[in-house]
Design a protein around this ligand. Sequence first.
Ligand code: DON
Length: 338
Amino acid sequence: MRNAARLESVHPTSNQIMQDTLDLQEIVEVTHNKFRDVDDGEVATYIPELGKADPRDFAICLVTVDGHIFSAGDWNKEFTIQSICKPFAYQMALEELGRERKLSHVGVEPSGEAFNSIELDPKTMRPFNPMVNAGAIAVSSLIKKDSFAAGVRNFVEKMQLAAGRRLQIDSSVLASESATGNRNRAIAYLMLNFGIIDDDVNHTLHQYFSQCSLLVNCRDLAMMAATLANMGTNPLTRDPVFNFEYIKDVLAVMFTCGLYDHAGEWAYRVGLPAKSGVGGGLLAVVNRQLGVAVYSPRLDPKGNSVRGILVCRELAARLGLHAFEFTNVGSSFVQSLF
Ligand code: DON
């Protein structure tokens, strides 16, 4: 009902709403122009295939929970999702196993460490959280299926529903990641030693590397973020994708851990649940309102997209998106669209 009412309220006959909608497109374009010449940061090369990305690529996309899309730049250029797969795999583990079983394998504490840190919580020997590699590998171990192909297919199918279109794995990135992924192998064997994952380590790593190698574009990421914002229902296709009972778990962990050792600064300046990937993608969720995504492959030393962070700071300030903005009833600007 609420969504139907929202769809009516943005009907083109409403001049005010049309004006706000146009403003949002203008804001996205102005923001894109503002940061288009920023060339700080470097494209990731530790996975050799990622080094082929064009550092000039730059896209911004916003999707509202009633399915309006605002984009600027190379919004349909594909890149690999990398660590942005982590919150979605975590959501799948919660749906398949429930909270308690999942919690026995991975915690919810920010580690303050880099994404690839070889470290477990010294009290429990669990990974600190599902956003660092250790936690994501533990999650991959939980959601893998009987065969390599079945587990990957299950993940891709879920992500297709969230994106609202067919997606595929980049086999070159998968091969490159697998060939150079010894640090992740070390993390996995450490967790095997402490009984956090089972002994099918190759299978678990294939699941994890495949998840990271999913090809998406900026619009897909915004749609996936909007699906989380929209209580698990894809705003365009109306497909139910995620069980909303667990979305708050996922958003909470994204808020505190989504940008690794930049998470505190991010919460302070942007104030939104978010996730970055070394492919250059970054998504943020404005709960019950919209999904935000940026693609720009130049990364800072912590592995986060430089322009991704700048754009999200700018949009959060301009649209009042910060979760604790005192004028915020959700976001006052975005709320005015509904
Ligand atoms: O585990 C890795 O190295 C990559 N496949 C994913 C890392 C990643 O995207 C970190 N995020 N910024």
